[in-house]
Design a protein around this ligand. Structure first.
Ligand code: SF4
Length: 453
């Protein structure tokens, strides 16, 4: 028997913990995973893993795991060669688009698309060739307000400043539960230790959440906010920062702050308290504490995205970091320098360029093909006949392909597929205040300069 150690990254969630896998090759040539541990040499995760990673070998060894493409013939699934599968998919895609137009092909990308280098680096080229407007993903039920805010303020939807959790003195978390999510849109393995490290160095963690989440339970302060009242609370904080002269100059070139200050002049902590159910004095004290910290960061996640004022919330999160001098600053909110720089290699995005007709009453639309980038829309298709026939459409799924490696037709309804049919219900709602974006052009250029882009 031969044992081999492999160093890999867990791709199951955004934390990308380093793993050390031991495989054993038996004398008959078979290979088995015999151990999965956290990689103590990984400077990012420092040996941390969660139980999901330990179960990776169950996926690897699952007897139903696909090892090659399958073609459905009648009610049967037959294995086919990769070349044959690629040729078939290309022929079907081209045929569907030739018959029904480019937009007859829809694309759905699931969350694991962003945990896979191949899809990260190449899916956009492929999708660009498809030239379809019908692209759907988990994004629309998660973080579109992040992207829209960055697009409008900084000029690129993927220019997302993230909390510098390892250096901050004050972390304000709204609508996020990093202990459960492992730091969504901030990629933080071992987040509990990192949050405790803030407290250990004399800093403070404050959680704003209608629920006593795991993160709220370990925080120094938990403010129970009325569900959907986060924007009001953030307005109260921002107003206090302005009215009590708690702002700090940013080294970034900023435009439009006077407009913001003027626009929110009446949104005092006292006025906002009625909307968010947090006492005015607590809102004011939160602003004072945030401003008093040498290095502070305000972080908002899904709970402040998937709600009526999601975009407004994220605009305010950015502004609070900006006006306290914590944007693009160590210990504040930093732009990243990723190995695959999607900001440099993609366009900045657009907003409302096309109108979806999916949920317009009486409108019938045909979706001829659903493509899946490691998504699971096909799970729902079996269990939920609305897929392909949803919301009064005559939609027919003629062809599917998937990069999941999972078996076709997994049972169970996956909520994310709803975005394909309920795009118009997406929570990303433009808000009139957004035109007050702070110096989007100059700030974008400066951030790109800082990042060496
Ligand atoms: S937190 Fe768990 S699932 Fe996520 S990357 Fe780390 S080990 Fe994998």
């Amino acid at each position: 028997m031969t044992k081999t150690l492999h160093h890999r990254a867990c791709h199951l969630c955004e934390a990308i913990c380093g793993l050390t896998l031991e495989t054993t090759r038996a004398e008959d040539g078979s290979l088995a995973i015999t151990s999965i541990k956290g990689d103590t040499l990984d400077s990012f995760s420092r040996g941390h893993i969660c139980p999901k990673a330990v179960a990776l070998q169950d996926i690897q060894n699952d007897p139903d795991r696909l090892h090659q493409p399958m073609l459905r013939v009648g009610n049967e699934w037959q294995p086919i060669a990769w070349d044959e599968a690629f040729a078939l998919v290309a022929e079907r895609l081209a045929g569907i688009q030739a018959r029904h137009g480019q937009n007859a092909v829809a694309v759905y990308q699931g969350n694991p698309s962003v945990h896979n280098y191949g899809l990260m680096t190449h899916s956009n080229y492929f999708l660009g060739l498809l030239k379809t407007r019908n692209r759907f993903s988990a994004t629309s039920v998660d973080q579109l307000p992040h992207h829209l805010t960055s697009h409008l303020m900084y000029g690129h939807g993927l220019l997302l400043p993230i909390p510098d959790i390892d250096h901050t003195d004050f972390m304000l978390i709204l609508g996020g539960n990093p202990l459960a999510s492992n730091g969504s849109i901030m990629t933080v393995p071992d987040v509990e230790k990192r949050l405790k490290a803030i407290q250990a160095r004399g800093g403070k963690v404050v959680v704003v959440d209608p629920r006593r989440s795991e993160t709220a339970a370990m925080a120094d302060q938990h403010l129970f906010v009325r569900p959907g009242g986060d924007a009001a609370l953030l307005f109260g904080v921002l107003n206090t920062l302005f009215s009590e002269n708690l702002t700090r100059d940013s080294h970034l070139p900023v435009e439009g702050l006077d407009d913001v200050r003027h626009a929110i002049a009446g949104l005092t902590a006292e006025a906002m308290s009625r909307q968010c159910a947090v006492p005015a004095e607590q809102i004011r004290q939160l602003a004072r504490d945030f401003a008093a910290a040498d290095k502070a960061v305000c972080y908002g996640r899904m709970g402040v995205s998937t709600q009526a004022f999601g975009t407004l919330c994220h605009w305010l999160v950015q502004l609070i970091n900006l006006v306290t001098g914590n944007l693009d600053r160590v210990g504040g909110a930093l732009c990243t320098t990723p190995a695959v720089d999607l900001v440099a290699s993609t366009g900045g995005g657009h907003f409302n360029r096309w109108q979806s007709r999916v949920s317009a009453p009486g409108v019938r639309r045909r979706v001829a093909c659903v493509g899946l980038g490691r998504g699971n829309a096909h799970r729902g298709r079996r269990a939920n006949p609305r897929i392909g026939h949803g919301r009064g459409q005559s939609g027919v799924v003629d062809a599917q392909w998937s990069a999941t490696g999972a078996r076709p037709g997994w049972p169970g309804v996956h909520g994310q597929h709803r975005s394909l049919y309920q795009r118009d219900d997406a929570v990303c709602r433009p808000d009139p205040a957004l035109h007050l974006g702070a110096g989007k052009r100059s700030l974008r250029h400066h951030l790109q300069y800082v990042r060496g882009a």
